[in-house]
Ligand binder design. Structure first.
Ligand SMILES: C[S@@+](CC[C@H](N)C(=O)[O-])C[C@H]1O[C@@H](n2cnc3c(N)ncnc32)[C@H](O)[C@@H]1O
Length: 217
């Protein structure tokens, strides 16, 4: 069992949470909010509590809910314990990629996206596809942007190097806050980008296991 399943705490630090909240405070974000990867819903709870009930936008959560047993029930209990109605949250029990395809087909738009799902490069690249649905002026925040999570750093750096209409506006420990300054002329993440991330992921996986084997000799 993960610790957060018992403590119901966010899996981000206080400083990272305060970085998230101050970025939200500095930007008027009235549209839908999305969290990719929620664990026990600790950060979700704090993000929702940031808004008064009247002003709270729709919160969408995408997660396959297999992180620990009874994950969804635990998230719901966490929210209810903080006085938040879990029925107001749009839970999508799914991995990020199929959920993105469905959201795109439904013509959804978001003001705020918090990416904290799988840390593998090709998965983060799939998460980055959601930027297509992010309004200009909206924020996308990444957790675990640090050298110990090379999959996250590589995917985010690859993305930022290709999209000048996304600017880094904040950093707190392992949290990176990025603003979309203008609409993109074409979908941000292509099939080639996703294929490239798969190849990179495989290459690093093989290199890692080779290093381990050689190190053991
Ligand atoms: C590090 S935890 C999230 C922590 C949470 N955001 C918090 O701050 O407390 C990672 C979560 O990502 C979910 N996850 C793993 N792979 C995923 C994927 N491909 N798409 C969406 N969520 C995923 C896991 O089920 C888990 O709940």
């Amino acid at each position: 069992m993960r610790e957060s399943a018992i403590t119901l705490a966010p899996e981000i630090t206080e400083q990272e949470l305060s970085g998230l909240l101050s970025a939200m405070r500095a930007t008027s974000l009235a549209g839908w909010h999305l969290e990719i990867g929620t664990a026990a819903g600790g950060t979700l709870r704090e993000l929702m509590r940031f808004y008064s009930a009247e002003k709270r936008p729709r919160f969408v959560v995408v997660d396959p809910m297999t992180y620990f047993p009874d994950q969804l029930a635990i998230v719901r209990r966490n929210l209810a314990g903080a006085g938040l109605d879990p029925d107001t949250v749009d839970f999508r029990i799914s991995k990020s990629w199929p959920a993105f395809r469905a959201a795109e087909q439904n013509g959804e738009h978001y003001s705020f996206i918090f990416v904290d799902g799988s840390h593998k490069m090709h998965r983060v690249m799939q998460d980055l596809s959601w930027t297509r649905l992010l309004e200009a002026g909206g924020l996308i925040c990444f957790h675990d942007y640090e050298p110990r999570m090379p999959g996250v750093m590589r995917a985010v750096d690859y993305f930022l190097a290709r999209h000048p209409n996304y600017e880094v506006i904040g950093r707190a420990e392992r949290l990176l806050v990025v603003r979309k300054t203008a609409r993109s002329p074409a979908p941000e993440v292509s099939a080639i980008d996703r294929a490239w991330a798969q190849v990179e992921n495989l290459y690093h996986q093989v290199a890692r296991s080779l290093r381990k084997r050689l190190g053991r000799r």
